[in-house]
Design a protein around this ligand. Structure first.
Ligand code: UDP
Length: 243
């Protein structure tokens, strides 16, 4: 199967922008039908460039309706495996680290909710249409080609851009908040292993298993003369939201 066979009906079906597609469908012959798109998907575009809380319809359109479109196109194409790029944001602020797949689902904002709804769709399609589906919940992916623009760019890319521009790091609060940072090539490995496995209707957390504070990730990026902006607040602060 050619990539276009799957991609074209997907775009016609109404997904907002091709690079917002975050499902990796695998053709019958085990070629990665949407491989190019899946690389973009590791840091979901809609989360990183959009306004965080406003315009929830964009998240819904891409993450829910878009997923629906990709699932339907994948069904029509008879893919042998559909891998959904889910988000650890479905756990909100979890109590336990490392966080289990069985942890309570408590999305804290519309983006997180719509990512989880997309996952539910994919797993439902697996059950009803017998389409092999695996969902990978990614924890804070970082590495080469991290997005370096946008107020809500992932912190690694934001700090990297600030370093390159000689600007102080915009550390939110005291930087003691922690995240599980996952290197991008480990995420790629997880996709490949999942693609080649017989697993279906399964959810896997993809993280390093270690929690690291924002202060600590500053260090490899910083130099002796680099500064930190203390008490930085991102726009549209909301106390109940993670960082
Ligand atoms: N963060 C920060 N400065 C920034 C951007 C992010 O200190 O300029 C912090 C943010 O407060 C959060 C952590 O880095 O605690 C991870 O933020 P990111 O948006 O990358 O991921 P998420 O909060 O969705 O896990």
């Amino acid at each position: 199967m050619e990539i276009n066979e799957l991609l074209i009906p997907t775009i016609l079906g109404g997904i907002c922008v091709a690079i917002s597609v975050y499902g990796l469908a695998i053709a019958k012959d085990r070629k990665y039908a949407l491989g190019g798109l899946f690389l973009y998907s590791l840091i979901p575009i809609s989360h990183r460039t959009g306004i965080f809380l406003e315009n929830p319809e964009d998240y819904f359109g891409t993450n829910v309706s878009g997923t629906f479109n990709v699932l339907q196109a994948s069904r029509d194409a008879g893919v042998s495996k559909f891998i959904y790029t889910a988000s650890s944001s479905c756990y909100g602020l979890p109590d336990k680290f490392p966080t289990s797949e069985l942890a309570r689902i408590q999305p804290q904002y519309p983006y997180a909710l719509t990512k989880w709804l997309g996952e539910e769709l994919a797993l439902h399609w697996a059950k009803v249409y017998q389409m092999p589906v695996v969902s990978l919940r990614l924890f804070n992916v970082y590495g080469p080609r991290s997005r370096t623009s946008g107020t809500y760019g992932a912190v690694f890319g934001v700090f990297l851009a600030q370093k390159l521009a000689g600007q102080p790091f915009t550390v939110v609060g005291d930087g003691s908040q922690t995240r599980d940072f996952t290197y991008v090539s480990d995420v790629v490995d997880a996709f490949i292993v999942s693609a080649n496995s017989n697993a279906t209707e399964e959810i896997f957390n993809i993280g390093s298993g270690a929690t690291v504070s924002i202060k600590v990730i500053e260090n490899p990026l910083s130099s002796l003369i680099h500064q930190t902006t203390e008490s930085y607040q991102r726009p549209i602060p909301h106390q109940s939201l993670p960082g």
